[in-house]
Design a protein around this ligand. Structure first.
Ligand SMILES: Cc1ncc(COP(=O)(O)O)c(C=O)c1O
Length: 397
């Protein structure tokens, strides 16, 4: 008799992404599905990690991170957000944002606590809440057409739905801004409304800000932790993956006030022990790169966004430009499709381009909200984007 999985994970299932990835490999599809760059980050940062290895910095680090990296994280918070952070009591280095999310849930959520998850959501949120014994409470972002005919879409939360989700069992809310997959940057008004509800119900605000530096057309990301009354209840998560294109280094971090940090570290020490020491040295050098690096990153991704948007429009998709991140949610209805999963399979097998069906990022009850879109990633080289363009035109024929 085979052993069955533990009850806490038995319901998770295998994701649609695995199926699409297999189809894409079978048909040698151009991969615009995965949210990782097909190019490396800065050479200088690689050199810093290599130098650390050669200099013998190869043993365990402190569980909450090397002092150099925590100093760099605190300095970055001051430089970009005027946020003052104590590097001893308020910063924890993690194995990417993904482990940060896991340790935050394990450290802060009690069995039966509700955690508000705004959907579509990065796929680890709900499983992490469930593994901690909590209950995800979903509030959807809805695609709202800005004009009756136009392709222009804004993803909005219904303020009444959000208000109704808070109650005395609510322990935390997870806010991903800038947002994957919609490319939305939460507005000051939306963040203020979330902050007010968190304060009213004594709720912890967990923000996932891994796309913080990839913003377009002059739009700026606001850190929820810096809003009045939020310092004592905000847990800010970010990482090396998207800003520096080193997704495989697995370096992320958490900034939170001392009481929340202490709780999270209790979990983190037994989930991970510590992150890879030489990569932490590389990461510290990355966070000290000058401002031109960060503005250059956004400018480069804006060109790629515009290139992919043009290809998708020419192929017949309805395209609304994202304000941030590196994904486009393209509307499939003008092409005669209304099922994102079926369209993604067709795209991979018949057209030779891999993309992700966003209904996978919604809970069962709200899957239909994602069905009329497909998520394409543009964190790819221009050559990859051009190869995709050449194939996408076949949709028109
Ligand atoms: C919203 C969001 N958060 C977190 C992550 C994972 O970040 P990391 O590589 O630092 O674990 C991703 C990766 O796709 C993401 O899109």
């Amino acid at each position: 008799m085979p052993f069955s999985p533990a009850l806490r994970v038995a319901g998770f299932g295998t994701s649609i992404f695995t199926e699409i990835t297999q189809l894409a490999a079978l048909h040698n599809a151009v991969d615009l599905s995965t949210g990782f760059p097909d190019h490396d980050g800065p050479e200088l940062v690689k050199d810093a990690a290599i130098d650390a290895i050669r200099a013998g910095k190869n043993q365990y680090a402190l569980s909450h991170g090397t002092i150099d990296l925590r100093r760099a994280i605190a300095d970055h918070a001051r430089r970009f957000y005027r946020q003052e952070v104590n590097l001893d009591t308020e910063v924890t280095v993690t194995n990417g944002a993904a482990e940060a999310l896991h340790s935050v849930m394990d450290g802060l959520v009690n069995p039966g606590d509700e955690v508000i998850v705004l959907e579509p959501y990065y796929e680890v949120y709900a499983p992490n809440v469930i593994m901690a014994g909590g209950v995800p409470r979903f509030v959807p972002l809805r695609p709202t057409r800005l004009t009756t005919q136009g392709a222009s879409i804004e993803w909005t939360i219904d303020p009444d739905e959000l208000t109704a989700a808070f109650n005395d069992r609510t322990r935390a809310i997870i806010v991903n801004t800038p947002h994957n997959p919609t490319g939305k940057i939460f507005t000051a008004g939306e963040l203020e409304a979330i902050a007010a509800l968190c304060q009213k119900w004594n709720v912890i605000a967990i923000t996932d800000e891994v796309y913080e530096h990839i913003t377009f057309d002059g739009a700026r990301h606001t850190r929820l932790a810096t809003l009045p009354g939020m310092t004592e209840r905000a847990v800010t998560i970010s990482s090396m993956s998207k800003t520096f294109s080193f997704t495989g280094w697995r370096i992320g971090w958490i900034i939170a006030p001392p009481d929340l940090t202490a709780a999270v570290r209790l979990a983190h020490q037994f989930v991970l022990d510590c992150s890879a020491t030489p990569m932490q040295h590389g990461a510290a050098s990355a966070l000290f790169l000058d401002d031109d690096y960060f503005s250059g990153l956004a400018a480069d991704y804006q060109l790629k966004r515009d290139h992919l948007a043009a290809s998708l429009r020419d192929a017949g998709f309805a395209v609304s430009l994202p304000s941030a991140g590196f994904f486009i949610m393209a509307g499939i209805e003008p092409l005669g499709w209304n099922d994102d999963v079926a369209m993604c399979k067709h795209l991979a097998a018949e057209i030779g381009v891999a993309a992700i069906p966003p209904s996978a990022f919604y809970s069962e009850a709200n899957k239909r909200l994602g069905k009329a879109f497909i998520r394409f990633a543009f964190c790819k080289t221009m050559e990859t984007l051009q190869a995709a363009r050449a194939r996408l035109v076949k949709l028109r024929r």
